[in-house]
Design a protein around this ligand. Structure first.
Ligand code: HEM
Length: 125
C-alpha cells in the first residue's frame, strides 16, 4: 500500500481531475445547475484532502497512527457520498445521501482535528 500522504494527495488529484472535466462539461453545455456539487467535489475532495495529505507528509507521527486509515476512508467516503447527494438534492430526488455525506465530512474533519491535537504539527514518528 502507498504511503499515507501519497494516498491522500493522489486521491485529491484524481478527484479534482474529475471536477475539472465536470467544470468543462458545465461550461461547454451552458448548464451550471449542478455547480454546487462541482464546487464541493473540488473543495472537499481536492483542497481539503490535499491539506490533510500535506499535514501527514509533514507529521510522520500522525501518519503512523492506527487511526489514519480510518481517516482516509472517512475522507474519501464523505466525498463519494456527499457529491452525488448534492446532485440528488439539487434535482429534487431526495436529501438522504447529502445528509449522510455531510455527517461523514464532519466526522472526517473531527478526526483531523483529533490528529492535530494528539500529534501536533511536524512531529517525527
Ligand atoms: C477545468 C477546471 C474548472 C472548470 C472548467 C470549472 C468550471 C466551473 C463552472 C462553469 C462553474 C459554474 C459557475 C457559475 O454558474 O457561476 C463553476 C463553479 C464553481 N467552481 Fe469550478 N471549474 C473548474 C475548477 C474548479 C476548481 C479547481 C475548484 C476548487 C478548487 C472549483 C470550484 C468551484 C466553485 C466553488 C464553484 C461555485 C459553486 C457554486 O456556485 O455553488 N472549480 N466552475
Amino acid at each position: 500500500m502507498k504511503s499515507v500522504p501519497t494516498m491522500f494527495l493522489a486521491t485529491a488529484a484524481f478527484l479534482v481531475l474529475l471536477g475539472m472535466i465536470w467544470g468543462i462539461q458545465m461550461s461547454a453545455s451552458g448548464d451550471h445547475s449542478l455547480s454546487p456539487a462541482h464546487g464541493h467535489l473540488n473543495l472537499v475532495g481536492f483542497v481539503t484532502m490535499s491539506i490533510m495529505g500535506i499535514y501527514y507528509a509533514l507529521t510522520p507521527a500522525a501518519a503512523a497512527s492506527k487511526w489514519v486509515r480510518a481517516h482516509y476512508f472517512l475522507a474519501v467516503g464523505s466525498v463519494v457520498i456527499l457529491v452525488p447527494g448534492i446532485v440528488m438534492a439539487l434535482t429534487e430526488k431526495g436529501e438522504v445521501l447529502a445528509k449522510v455525506g455531510s455527517v461523514l465530512a464532519v466526522l472526517s474533519m473531527l478526526t483531523f482535528l483529533a490528529m492535530i491535537l494528539k500529534f501536533g504539527f511536524g512531529e517525527k514518528a
